[in-house]
Design a protein around this ligand. Structure first.
Ligand code: SF4
Ligand code: SF4
Length: 372
């Protein structure tokens, strides 16, 4: 299998603020190009694109290609489980939404401490093993965004149940103590499991570097895109089976294909060059939000958290737009969403955030920047 996977969580949109308004005509073309170039792995989840992603997979992939042309991964929404019966309820709903009779790869989604305890309480591992025995799951794993000690606890108990683990791995988080990409990677390797990589470009942040960091990469080789280094960093690691990229347009897809079709791993010098950029990038990017949208569903004030964070980062970063220049954009967003200052600090969003961001604290910064 080629090492690039098509992540179906950042698909092209018809209206930028509405994550359910996916441009399916464009997705069809992207799927066609991806498959025509020999790539096969598609990754979706129950909650992506306001719960529309699995239906889009059905229309843009499943109905248009024979079942043996692609492999499909989706995930049990552990965060929404309220009873043991929910395992089957969600699973059947997902089969129907995707229009398939089995999943090639099935993951227990985002096993942070809360979700893992739900998965244990409602016997989700046993349920998934049963689905595997019935041939409805070909390969079983889980995705994980937490710290290595918690990952070790899960694997201590369930190593025999799973074949792979999906981890957030990118060069900016490799030694980040809040993400522990390297330690999590080493933990999975210790148990001899395969690894699928998510967020290799950290929600786009590593495709759009501060000028000082971009210059270093351009001077090294100006024929390669900035994003290509991030994808290749993850794909170069031993035992990485596939690297997911949430591609949002044809240009990104074609760029990814250009270097992943005949993949060449990074050498040591390149690997270390990327790690040397981390301080420069961290200095410029103030809020490490990946725009995954996991936080927005439960917000009682309908605050568009990732959009506000993106605007705030733009105001502080290399893009040269000050907060004042960006204020009209903030005001436009707030017409249909709560203001940053309307946050009541219920912290429901923080419990969902795979990056463990102090969202409420950052929203105070956003309000200070745009609301005075
Ligand atoms: S803490 Fe604020 S932003 Fe987060 S869910 Fe509650 S109201 Fe929304
Ligand atoms: S704040 Fe966290 S959960 Fe929300 S979009 Fe950003 S990374 Fe995702």
């Amino acid at each position: 299998m080629k090492k690039l996977g098509f992540g179906m969580m950042r698909l092209p949109l018809l209206q930028s603020e509405d994550v359910s308004s996916v441009n399916e005509e464009e997705v069809n073309k992207m799927v066609d190009t991806f498959i025509a170039n020999g790539f096969t792995y598609f990754d979706t989840a129950y909650m992506y694109h306001a719960k529309e992603s699995e239906k889009i997979v059905n229309r843009c992939l499943v109905k248009r290609y024979p079942r043996d042309v692609y492999t499909l991964a989706t995930k049990l929404p552990t965060m929404f489980l309220t009873s043991e019966n929910d395992n089957l309820k969600f699973f059947n709903e997902q089969l129907e939404k995707c229009g398939v009779s089995y999943f090639d790869y099935y993951l227990l989604h985002n096993l942070n401490v809360d979700n893992y305890s739900k998965a244990e309480k409602y016997n989700s591992f046993a349920f998934c093993k049963q689905m595997k025995a019935e041939g409805k799951i070909k390969h079983l794993g889980f995705s994980f965004h937490g710290l290595s000690k918690d990952l070790n606890k899960i694997l201590e108990k369930h190593a025999d149940d799973v074949e792979f683990v999906q981890l957030q791995i990118n060069y900016i988080d490799w030694n980040n103590p809040n993400v522990e990409s390297r330690l999590c990677y080493e933990t999975v390797k210790k148990y001899g499991k395969k690894i699928i990589v998510m967020e290799p470009i950290k929600g786009g942040a590593l495709a759009n570097l501060p000028e000082k960091a971009s210059k270093i990469l351009r001077e090294y080789d100006d024929t390669k895109s900035i994003a290509s280094y991030a994808i290749r960093f993850a794909a170069s690691l031993d035992d990485v089976m596939v690297v997911l990229s949430g591609m949002s347009n044809m240009a990104q897809l074609e760029d990814n294909i250009s270097y992943m079709k005949d993949f060449v791993p990074l050498d040591n010098k390149e690997f270390n060059m990327l790690l040397s950029l981390v301080d420069i990038i961290n200095e410029a990017n103030s809020i490490a939000c990946t725009s995954c949208n996991y936080c927005i569903d439960k917000c009682p004030k309908h605050i568009c958290i990732p959009e506000y964070f993106k605007l705030y980062n733009n105001g502080r970063s290399h893009l040269g737009k000050s907060f004042n220049n960006l204020k009209p954009e903030y005001e436009k967003l707030s017409l249909n969403h709560g203001l940053a200052s309307s946050c009541i600090k219920c912290k429901q969003c923080e419990r969902m955030c795979p990056q463990h961001l102090e969202i409420t604290k950052y929203l105070e910064e956003v309000a200070k920047a745009f609301e005075n």
